[in-house]
Design a protein. Structure first.
Length: 319
């Protein structure tokens, strides 16, 4: 699959349609903005963001679009990435190196996860485990290379550079990509709709409470709302609930507020604690959603089999 993303070609005479061009333009802007925000909000370890969401955005879009669009979309992502790097103050060489590392990671994750997706398909509960595997394996190569790069350029210890890059990118993939890959055209109704609004709002309120103050360590308050979302909501809204906590934790920590930023920990330990905190929430939510989704699927299959059996029984002549 990697060669399909990196070596795909548009045949002579073929031109992207206007919708594809517009989609690529919007993607370039979105990637650039998300990447730039990730960079400027960084307060630890030089140039490595606490959570890098831009690659998750790219992975989700590529997996949900036809492969004939991948070249155009990849080019748009390149443009957005380079623009974000340059606007943040990187040199041309540094911007190019970081672009290549992000591109390698995106290609590897797409290669691993592509078997479960097609145009406009969604992330089903049965594929959550495989997607987690892709999100954990995909950033490995780029993290190793980036660790060597930052060690050579900035003197950052290799282990520190690897852990920071890997944690940042893997978390970004596991937070933003499942949200975008779970969007369906059908919408929840009734109680499900109210819960889909109420639970993320409660999670956001708790996130503000936990991370806007530094007097008391209230990190444990983040877990109940995230678990409630995992048990009550579809994957999309469960991950959206988690994302509200993630945004609050990253934003307030970047502003120097909250229990992590104001602790006695150094910058390296601080970013590690933040990443471990978010990784713990991700590993709480996604397996629960996968198990519940599989349980519901088996229940639907059992009900269908029961109805089919009853239909056959009624249609069978009795003697």
């Amino acid at each position: 699959m990697v060669h399909e993303l990196l070596a795909a070609r548009i045949s002579p005479g073929a031109r992207p349609d206007p919708a594809t061009i517009l989609r690529a333009l919007l993607f370039a802007i979105a990637f650039g903005v998300v990447a730039w925000l990730g960079i400027v909000m960084t307060r630890y370890i030089g140039r490595i963001a606490a959570v890098w969401l831009a690659n998750g955005l790219a992975v989700a879009l590529l997996l949900r679009r036809p492969r004939g669009e991948w070249v155009v979309l990849a080019g748009a992502g390149f443009a957005g990435n380079i623009a974000a790097n340059l606007f943040s103050g990187d040199t041309i060489v540094a911007a190019a190196v970081l672009l290549l590392l992000n591109s390698l990671e995106i290609a590897l994750v797409v290669a691993i996860a592509a078997r479960d997706f097609g145009p406009d398909s969604v992330l089903e509960s049965s594929a959550i485990g495989r997607f987690i595997g892709a999100a954990l394996l995909g950033p490995l190569a780029g993290s190793l290379i980036s660790a060597a790069w930052f060690a050579w350029r900035d003197g950052v210890p290799v282990a520190t550079g690897f852990a920071s890059w890997y944690g940042s990118d893997a978390l970004g993939l596991m937070i933003i990509a499942p949200i975008l890959l779970s969007i369906r055209r059908d919408r929840p109704s009734g109680l499900a709709r109210r819960e889909a609004v109420l639970i993320p709002v409660v999670a956001a309120a708790l996130g503000v409470l936990v991370f806007s103050q530094s007097h008391k360590s209230l990190l444990f308050l983040s877990t109940p709302s995230v678990l409630l979302g995992a048990f009550r909501l579809h994957l999309l809204w469960a991950m959206f609930t988690l994302a509200t906590i993630a945004v609050c934790s990253i934003l307030f920590t970047a502003l120097g507020l909250g229990p992590i930023a104001t602790s006695a920990l150094g910058p390296v330990e601080g970013i590690s604690i933040l990443q471990v905190f978010l990784a713990t929430l991700v590993m709480l939510v996604m397996p629960v959603v996968a198990i519940i989704g599989e349980h519901d699927h088996l229940g639907f299959a059992a009900d269908h089999g029961k109805r089919l059996f009853q239909g056959v029984a009624r249609a069978t002549p009795h003697r």
